[in-house]
Design a binder for this molecule. Structure first.
Ligand code: FES
Ligand code: FE2
Length: 316
């Protein structure tokens, strides 16, 4: 994809690297994301950690055969032991180990996912991952669907405010209430709107939605209507300069009737995944127009792009 986009492949922000359930205590796994070879593990006390993958000694991949030791890892090649901050804590048969190490990433665990903080200039986190499902109510277990798509994360969230494509790509019809409010607040974009979806039910179902982004890597879509409280939680993580991994997680506040809860979950998952799939062919084959011809039928594309610029500290 050389030259497909003028901006860096990996913006600054929190990015999902795995589901919390994917990495058990003492489990170690290689992860290739953010254009970087990483090792993800859960230490003896249950804390998820991410290091740059290659051992500072002779370069073995710590995610392939490395084992958890305390809060860190033991390398599979010559047994060097790295502490939780990535520094070399012990070298077999050597009294004073060299003062070297591998990079330990800032990690946070929220909403059933493990996130790492990426910053082109090496600065620490400047915002938190917003927690959801914190009301003490009983929520259905996350239903998770994953995709790998040839598209940049900036294009994915531009789709949220690209209102001219809703009717053309997503079989939506004009809602009865014409509401489309977009606010840009620091690292978040908040979109309140009514949408009428015909993909699953003929004649359409109109719902009020709030879409909130948390940096460039996280999108939450909330639908609240009377008893109904549904959350679609999306993480989007650059793999390299070509592909992005997208995880669509769905959960809803459990209703009294289990059967109704299950059927609403199913309907929502079907709609969300269908709508997502409808965008893929456009995303994978389009080019990025730096100066698009915009009309009043379009959403605030130019404003969105100016707002997104804050996530490119490494782009001059
Ligand atoms: S390469 Fe890791 S201990 Fe030698
Ligand atoms: Fe779309």
């Amino acid at each position: 994809m050389a030259g497909r986009y003028p901006f860096p492949a990996v913006p600054d922000g929190w990015f999902g690297v795995a589901g919390s359930d994917d990495v058990a205590v003492r489990q170690v796994m290689p992860v290739h994301l953010l254009d970087t070879e990483l090792v993800l593990f859960r230490d003896d006390s249950g804390v998820a950690r991410v290091f740059d993958a290659y051992c500072p000694h002779l370069g073995a991949h710590l995610g392939v055969g490395g084992t958890v030791c305390g809060d860190g890892l033991t390398c599979p090649f010559h047994g060097w032991r790295l502490a939780g901050d990535g520094s070399v804590a012990e070298v077999p048969k050597v009294a004073r180990p060299p003062k070297v190490g591998t990079r330990a990433w800032d990690v946070c665990e929220a909403n059933g996912r493990v996130f790492v903080w990426h910053h082109a200039g090496g600065l620490g986190p400047r915002y938190d991952v917003t927690p959801y499902r914190t009301d003490g109510e009983s929520w259905t277990p996350w239903r998770v669907d994953t995709y790998r798509v040839r598209v940049h994360v900036q294009e994915l969230t531009e789709n949220i405010i690209d209102r001219a494509h809703f009717v053309v790509v997503h079989d939506m019809v004009e809602p009865d209430v014409d509401r489309f409010d977009v606010r840009f607040e620091d690292h978040s974009m908040v979109v309140d709107q009514h949408v009428k979806v015909t993909a699953v039910v003929e004649g359409g179902v109109e719902v009020k939605t709030r879409t909130t982004t948390c940096g460039p890597g996280i999108v939450a879509v909330e639908v609240k209507d009377g008893e109904l409280d549904m959350l679609t939680y999306i993480t989007q993580t650059p793999v390299d300069d070509e592909f992005t991994d997208i995880t669509i997680c769905f959960s809803m506040r459990a209703l009294d009737d289990e059967v109704v809860t299950a059927s609403i979950s199913e309907l929502n998952a079907k709609t969300t995944n269908l709508q997502f799939a409808q965008d893929i062919a456009i995303w994978e084959n389009k080019i990025y127009r730096e100066k698009p011809i915009l009309t009043q039928a379009d959403g605030p594309v130019a404003e969105y792009r100016r707002w997104f610029r804050q996530f490119y500290s490494g782009w001059t």
